[in-house]
Design a protein around this ligand. Sequence first.
Ligand code: NAP
Length: 311
Amino acid sequence: MRENEGNMVNKLCLVTGGTAGIGLSTAKMLAERGADLILLGRNEERGQAAVAYVKHSGGKTPEFLPVDLSDQSAIRAFAARFNSTHPRLDVLVNNAGGMFGRRQLSANGIEMTFALNHLAYFLLSHLLMPSLRSAQRARIVNVASDAHFGVNLDFENLQNERRYSGWLAYKRSKLCNLLFTYELSRRLEGTSITANALHPGFVNSEIGVRNSWTAGFVWSLVTLFAVSPERGAETSAYLASSSEVQSVSGKYFAKSRMKPSSRASYDHVSAKKLWDVSASLTQLDETALLASASHSCMISSQAATSRSGST
Ligand SMILES: NC(=O)c1ccc[n+]([C@@H]2O[C@H](COP(=O)([O-])OP(=O)(O)OC[C@H]3O[C@@H](n4cnc5c(N)ncnc54)[C@H](OP(=O)(O)O)[C@@H]3O)[C@@H](O)[C@H]2O)c1
């Protein structure tokens, strides 16, 4: 184990989209560091294959739970069950995401990219707050992307109704990941829970073909220049486990190093507005959310000092 790879023995980590690509490799790395793991994905067969793959890495056998994260009722049912059966959660890696070639709606009638790539992160993080709160220190790791550079949020077209472009919808959803991470971190200030975001690099996964975003042969050509899922998972695993970042919150990372995100991502007004819209679209009670975070045990004053906000 390298120095910056934290020992994860007796730590419970939940990785969404843990059945393929970057999420599966993240799960494998955390298992190798001794973590107990829960993997979420939609497909039972892929889930069991992922369990077998992680088990072979020598870590504990992970648990796979099928949850369609684009469906808010499925997230709610999962979170209720999780909170009642698990005394605590140490790390939540919000990783599951997709690109969608044509505009489609989730079970809740919400544009799919926005529903899966942003609202699922938002809702799951909030609903698992009781378990995160119970950990001595907890981390929320949001997989974003450098694809967020070069776009702004259009609150009049948040669900990409006008002139749909799968790539633009994706870029905006990744900007949402940053705005959400920074706002969440601000709201969690003084608690034992940190929230950071990352860019995994351009990774040779199935994301470009899974939902017909692009033709298979085009994707296979483009990904000739991509890094492996193992390389892509390094920053997720670093943020989930390294002691170097245990008190760091509200930051953006790539290659396991802090880096600035786009100017638009630091806009507090947009972050607050996105938060309010997201709370309304997920029907979350703001008062209950803030109450759940404020009960968290206080982090040390040294940790609090090291939180320098998101700018
Ligand atoms: N690949 C890249 O170059 C790249 C670059 C920057 C950022 N990212 C980000 O990295 C993250 C992971 O991407 P990836 O490239 O590893 O993608 P991937 O290979 O397509 O894997 C996506 C994972 O998410 C799960 N998933 C998809 N839709 C889901 C749903 N509705 N409910 C539950 N699980 C769902 C998939 O499992 P099932 O299909 O079994 O449900 C799979 O485990 C995403 O957030 C993406 O935006 C990727």
